[in-house]
Write a protein that binds this ligand. Structure first.
Ligand code: SF4
Length: 464
């Protein structure tokens, strides 16, 4: 993937993509604002969500052990995965042990983060996405571009074409006559997926939360595909980031109010599935929980950056972000797009890569993301913090030298006054555009003209 500026420049030239994104993000953000305004105590809920997450992250070692004990006592098996490779090895091993070559999947950011579908495919195992938007992405050989609505960059006409052309290669074909009416598209997906639900013996899921006191996993969703995956197959494997823990059911209550209103603008999401280990004769007979680190403990060690681990993946920050609205999710080159991706990806992967180093700059720092975040993550603060880390790396000598020179002059009033006078006298010779790496800045902006007289000199002349 190219760095963000290059990918974004390409995306912003796609007029249809911009129209799709503008329509979708504005619709969701307006609905969300109305849903949130219904609650008089929204700000208190938001503060409670932040406090619960901060408390849990401070004592994460304790709560993770509690999760392991509770899940094991309930008949499940807990696996610890330090990175993506280990998580993929564990999951492929578990699927192979069942003898199955197919799995059905509930939409899961964690499994996208580790590239599980590709790892399974390398072992000859096919993973079927069952969330409608994920199905569109999979059939279209595409990449998700939004946390909640992975196919937000597609319109109805494009979805109809993908279904008509690609469904047959993955199972039940689309009906011969298929229009782009939402009900017809949904019915085609329902029929296509139903045979997979009834056949699958293994399911892979993520989880929105894990309640530590009982080892209960929680998935919230809107389509019912999650409920099918979590109940019909014999084996259930859940891959969950270690930051998804909440201590108690009382704590879960807060997030089950914050999440639906922030994400889909619903008072309550249509399906909330909860499971604790296994229960004889009811649901999967084998349950595995893979607890995934993959850079999270490194993020936890960063005093400013760790607040990103409070994220409940509601996607509200994407829908209000002016940069996301124009560039779309693919430009971020990461599973996590938008403002949260700009702070999470560089923390999970480090800032050495070209894409990761460009992401903290993919923002105007307008602060809209912070205002809507239901767990009050100060995304602009983390962006600035990460920018500092990026420019401290080798390769940013010019910026560092410029800032050091500015610091030296600003620290010395006499030198500053002399510099101001020299600049004022030479103003006719100043270039209208910056040279070198600074050229990109003046490509779209006017370089401010130095005034003929500094304020300091004007003051001395007029007021003393
Ligand atoms: S950062 Fe906040 S607003 Fe953005 S997805 Fe996470 S919880 Fe939602």
């Amino acid at each position: 993937m190219p760095a963000f500026p290059e990918a974004a420049a390409r995306a912003t030239r796609d007029a249809r993509l911009r129209a799709n994104l503008r329509h979708a993000t504005h619709t969701i953000r307006d609905k969300r604002a109305r849903a949130v305004a219904e609650l008089a105590d929204w700000e208190q809920l938001r503060a409670a969500g932040k406090a619960i997450k901060d408390h849990t992250l401070r004592r994460l070692d304790h709560y993770l052990v509690q999760v392991e004990e509770a899940v094991t006592a309930a008949g499940g098996t807990v696996h610890w995965a330090a990175d993506a490779e280990e998580a993929n090895r564990i999951v492929t091993g578990l699927v192979r042990a069942t003898g199955e070559r197919e799995v059905v999947k509930v939409k899961s950011m964690a499994t996208q983060e580790i590239g599980l579908n590709e790892a399974l495919a390398a072992e000859g195992i096919t993973a079927y996405e069952t969330d409608l938007a994920e199905l569109i992405v999979q059939l279209g050989d595409d990449r998700p571009s939004h946390i909640l609505v992975p196919a937000i960059h597609r319109n109805r006409g494009e979805i109809r074409r993908i279904f008509a052309e690609r469904m047959a290669a993955w199972g039940r074909p689309a009906p011969e006559v298929l229009t782009d009416a939402p009900a017809e598209l949904a019915e085609a997906a329902r029929l296509h997926l139903r045979e997979k639900f009834l056949r699958a013996q293994v399911a892979v899921s993520g989880a929105n939360f894990i309640v530590a006191e009982t080892g209960t996993l929680v998935v919230v969703e809107s389509e019912g595909n999650g409920r099918m995956c979590l109940t019909l197959p014999r084996t259930l494997i859940s891959v969950v980031g270690i930051e998804k823990v909440v201590p108690t059911w009382r704590d879960l209550e807060v997030f089950l109010q914050l999440l639906p209103r922030s994400s889909t603008a619903e008072r309550m999401n249509p399906y909330t599935s909860l499971w604790t280990g296994t229960t004889g004769g009811d649901g999967p007979s084998a349950f595995h929980l893979v607890l995934l680190d993959n850079g999270r403990t490194a993020a936890l060690a960063d005093e400013i950056g760790r607040q990103a681990l409070r994220c409940i993946r509601c996607s509200a920050c994407l829908n209000v972000c002016p940069v996301y609205e124009r560039a779309g999710g693919h430009a971020y080159g990461s599973v996590y797009p938008g403002p949260i991706g700009a702070i999470l990806t560089p923390q999970l992967h480090g800032t050495a890569g070209t894409v990761e180093a460009s992401l903290p700059f993919a923002s105007s720092l307008c602060g809209a993301c912070y205002e809507v975040c239901p767990v009050a993550i100060d995304i602009p603060e983390v962006l600035v913090h990460l920018r500092e880390q990026v420019v401290r790396r080798p390769g940013h000598r010019l910026e560092r030298a410029a800032v050091a020179a500015a610091g030296y002059v600003l620290d010395r009033p006499a030198l500053l006054a002399a510099a101001e006078r020299a600049l004022a006298r030479s103003r006719r010779l100043h270039p209208r555009r910056l040279p070198g790496p600074g050229r990109a800045w003046t490509d779209t902006r006017d370089l401010p003209q130095v005034p003929a007289e500094s304020f300091r000199d004007w003051w001395r002349r007029n007021r003393t």
